[in-house]
Each structure stands twice: as structure tokens, then as C-alpha cells.
Design a binder for this molecule. Structure first.
Ligand code: BGC
Length: 454
């Protein structure tokens, strides 16, 4: 099972690498394509996010129809095509097109990978295994920073983009060795195949109960994708969408994509800014590991809520320092801001980062899981696009102080919402989670399966 999670999480690695690599590559594109305007640079960055939003919407349908495994195989193939197109782009337009193609694959991977792992994993370890994906995303970001840094002397932006072909090929080959998920097989009339897969993934005693529970879940959840926004599912769909939007409008990618830019304008040198960026990447990976260790022990809410409180504290602190010291920082104030940025990233990595992706793989009934995860993932990419495209403008319009206070305020709103609405799902079977969310009573089914209400 760990191998399965590791192979599929290559999709997460590509997600992180392809979103992170552009920050360094941008510096050298003008060597090849002369006179690039800032707008053209913004396009290279953000067209990937547009592609990802479209990919996320499309992948849900496709995963329902042809299965999770085949969808991930196609996604890996699209990754390879997009990455090679970017690496060998003869003209700027082709590079832009390649970023959209890579985006389609990133968006598709960002929902199909947690869905695949979520359905294949035993309830007891689901939190840790699904969050392998977030670990892969953060590792991909860190690797991209290191590659950018390592290739900066040769200014080889083509290789920066092109290296992503390796994990894409590995994902394709690795997925060939994996099976379709039991939930998809049962709901598509292939119970015997599901049984065979479950015998490989579970203890023999758990196989029949799980088949029954998937069937039971599918029967009582006779809903079509059209009903996603109907009264029965509206509540749970809204939870997923708001988690997605809060994950982005609390500002994580302004730090991931723009921290060096921000640090430079506040008085740090280039190398100090890049070093701080790499350390931030390490904090992101390190705290994600802590989250993986804790998610199935203490639960989702007990990481999500304190983590988001930590993010709010750091944002307000940074806003206050800019308010007191002005936008050019020196001495202790500069270091407090850096440490607060690390604290912010660490707090995200232990809570909202992994918990969003985990919860959207858990809270929806199996029949609508594909489309519902697509909607949440689409909302995540769309919100990411809006924040990314407007951040630099926002800094100009309302200053550093205003921007950080605004993110701080939105983060406080997020804490209030999570406290009121986000369910606890630790250790429960997926079918029981959706039953509970839809307000039905759940029978306890085993020692590890907590049915404690949220
Ligand atoms: C988010 C990404 C973000 C990353 C940072 C993910 O959970 O969805 O937008 O770049 O975390 O670690």
C-alpha cells in the first residue's frame, strides 16, 4: 500500500515541481525570447493555473467514466507531452501553450491522486497515505527551488522545465503496475475484480464487509452529478468548496511563488532571499511530515484549527511590523518577518495544506466523489489564479501592511468557519463519513472505526 501511495504521489511531485519551477525559470526566459513584458511573464506563470482549473473539472468526469487508474495514466502521458513541449519550445507562443497543457495534467493529478489513494487505503492509515500527496507537492516545490538554484549559473531554463519529464515517465510506468480502486470497480459492476484487488490491499476478514459497505453506500446514495447542487448535497459540496477557497485566499502561494520578490523589495539581497526561500521549502516539507504522523492519531480538526490560527498570528505579526517599520526593513524587524514567514508556512503545512486535500477525498458519497472533488479542486485552482494574478498589484494598491492584514483577516474568518462546519473523519470508513454528514445514523463497524460525531 505504501508503494501504491508512493507511485501515485509522483503526481503530487509533478504538481509541486511544475508550479514551483517557474519562479526561477522566469529569470532566464528573456535570454531566448527577447523583450518579454511583465505581463508575458505573468502569463507563463498563471496560464498553468488556468489549465489546472480546466483539468480538475474534466478529470472528475473522466475518472467516473473510465476509472481512476486509466485517468492517472492519461494524466501522466499529458505531463510528458507538456513538459517536452515547454523544454523544446521554439517560439514563445508554444511555451504558453505548453504551460496550459502541463496545467491540464497538474489539475487532473491534483484531484485523481488523492481520490485514488483515498479509495485504495485502509481507513486506519488513510490520513497518512492520502497526505503522502501533500508531502510530494511540497517536496516537488523544494526540488524545483533547488534545481532553479543549481541551474541558475548555466541559465538553462529549458532543462529546468524538462527535468519534470522524469517523474512523469515514472508515474506512467508505475501506474501500469497498479490496480483500479475497489470502489470504482464495485460501482461499475465489477465486484469480482474488486474482491481480487481488496484481497491484495486488506486483511482477508475485511474484504467482504468492505464490498458490502461500498455497495450499500452506492445504493443509498443514488444521486447524479446534476444533484450536486441540490438540497441534499449542497451542504457537503459547500464545505469542500470553501475549504478550497480558504486554502488559497489565506495567501500560501503568495509566499510560495513570491517570497524572494517580497524579501528583495524589503531590503534583503538576492542570495539571502533565495536562501530564505529554500529554508521555507524545507519547513514546508518538514511540517508536512509531522502532519502525516499526526493526522490519523489526533484527527483532522485538531490540526486544521490550531494550524490556521498559527497562520493568522504570523500574518498579523508581519502586517504589524510593516506598519511600525515601513516597507524597508532592517535589523531585528527583518529577521522577525522571515521567522514569521517560516512559522506561517509551517502552520499551513501542518493543517490547511494536507487537510484540505484529505477531506475532499473523504467527505463525498462514492457516486458523486469524482464530480464533487472536481468542483472543489476547480475552486482551489481558480482561487489560486485570482490570488496569484492580483498579489503584486495588491501590494502596490494597499501596501505590504494592508495586504498582510487583509490575508490575516481572511484567515481569522477561515478559523471561524472551520470550527463551525468542518467534520472530523479520523478512522471512519468513507461510506460512514458521507452517511454521517448527510445526517444518517452510523453503526460502529470495528475497533478502529470511530463514529464520533463531528
Ligand atoms: C496547495 C498549493 C500550495 C501547496 C504549498 C497545496 O496544498 O494546494 O496551492 O502551493 O500546498 O505547499
Amino acid at each position: 500500500m505504501v508503494v501504491t501511495a508512493a507511485i501515485t504521489a509522483l503526481g503530487g511531485l509533478l504538481f509541486g515541481y511544475d508550479t514551483g519551477v517557474v519562479s526561477g525559470a522566469l529569470l532566464f526566459l528573456s535570454d531566448t525570447f527577447h523583450h518579454l513584458s511583465s505581463f508575458q511573464k505573468e502569463l507563463v506563470t498563471s496560464l498553468l493555473l488556468v489549465g489546472a482549473a480546466v483539468g480538475a473539472i474534466g478529470a472528475g468526469r473522466v475518472a467516473e467514466r473510465i476509472g481512476r487508474r486509466l485517468t492517472i495514466l492519461i494524466t501522466a502521458a499529458i505531463f510528458v507531452v507538456g513538459v517536452l513541449l515547454a523544454a523544446f519550445a521554439p517560439v514563445f507562443g508554444v511555451l504558453l501553450g505548453a504551460r496550459v497543457v502541463i496545467g491540464l495534467a497538474v489539475g487532473s493529478a491534483s484531484m485523481t491522486v488523492p481520490m485514488y489513494i483515498g479509495e485504495a487505503a485502509p481507513p486506519r492509515y488513510r490520513g497518512a497515505l492520502v497526505s503522502f500527496n501533500q508531502l510530494a507537492i511540497t517536496s516537488g516545490i523544494l526540488v524545483s527551488y533547488l534545481v532553479d538554484y543549481g541551474l541558475s549559473s548555466s541559465r538553462d531554463w529549458r532543462l529546468m522545465f524538462g527535468l519534470a519529464a522524469l517523474p512523469a515517465i515514472l508515474l506512467f510506468v508505475g501506474m501500469l503496475t497498479q490496480a483500479e480502486t475497489p470502489a470504482w470497480l464495485v460501482t461499475h459492476g465489477r465486484e469480482d475484480d474488486a474482491r481480487r484487488v481488496l484481497h491484495r490491499l486488506r486483511h482477508a476478514d475485511d474484504v467482504e464487509p468492505e464490498i458490502d459497505s461500498i455497495k450499500e453506500g452506492a445504493k443509498r446514495q443514488e444521486v447524479s452529478a446534476r444533484e450536486l447542487f441540490g438540497p441534499r448535497l449542497r451542504g457537503v459540496v459547500t464545505v469542500g468548496v470553501l475549504l478550497a477557497v480558504f486554502q488559497q485566499i489565506t495567501g500560501i502561494n503568495t509566499v510560495i511563488y513570491y517570497a524572494p520578490t517580497l524579501l528583495k523589495t524589503t531590503g534583503f539581497g538576492s542570495s539571502a532571499s533565495l536562501l530564505a526561500n529554500v529554508i521555507n521549502g524545507v519547513v514546508n516539507v518538514g511540517m508536512t511530515c509531522v502532519a502525516i504522523w499526526l493526522l490519523d492519531r489526533v484527527g483532522r480538526r485538531r490540526l486544521l484549527i490550531p494550524g490556521t490560527c498559527g497562520m493568522a498570528t504570523a500574518l498579523v505579526l508581519i502586517g504589524a511590523i510593516f506598519a511600525l517599520e515601513g516597507s524597508h526593513l532592517t535589523g531585528a524587524a527583518a529577521y522577525v518577518v522571515i521567522v514569521a514567514l517560516f512559522f506561517y508556512t509551517g502552520s499551513f503545512a501542518i493543517g490547511l495544506g494536507p487537510v484540505f486535500w484529505l477531506l475532499i477525498s473523504e467527505i463525498y458519497p462514492v457516486r458523486v466523489r469524482g464530480p464533487a472533488m472536481s468542483v472543489a479542486t476547480f475552486a482551489n485552482w481558480a482561487a489560486n489564479f485570482v490570488v496569484t494574478i492580483s498579489f503584486l498589484t495588491l501590494l502596490h494598491a494597499i501596501t505590504n501592511t494592508g495586504t498582510f492584514f487583509l490575508f490575516g483577516f481572511l484567515t481569522v474568518v477561515a478559523v471561524a468557519y472551520f470550527t463551525a462546519r468542518v467534520p472530523e473523519t479520523k478512522g471512519m470508513r468513507l461510506e460512514d463519513i458521507s452517511a454521517q454528514i448527510e445526517g444518517r445514523r452510523v453503526q460502529p463497524t470495528g475497533p478502529q472505526r470511530s463514529t464520533r460525531p463531528a
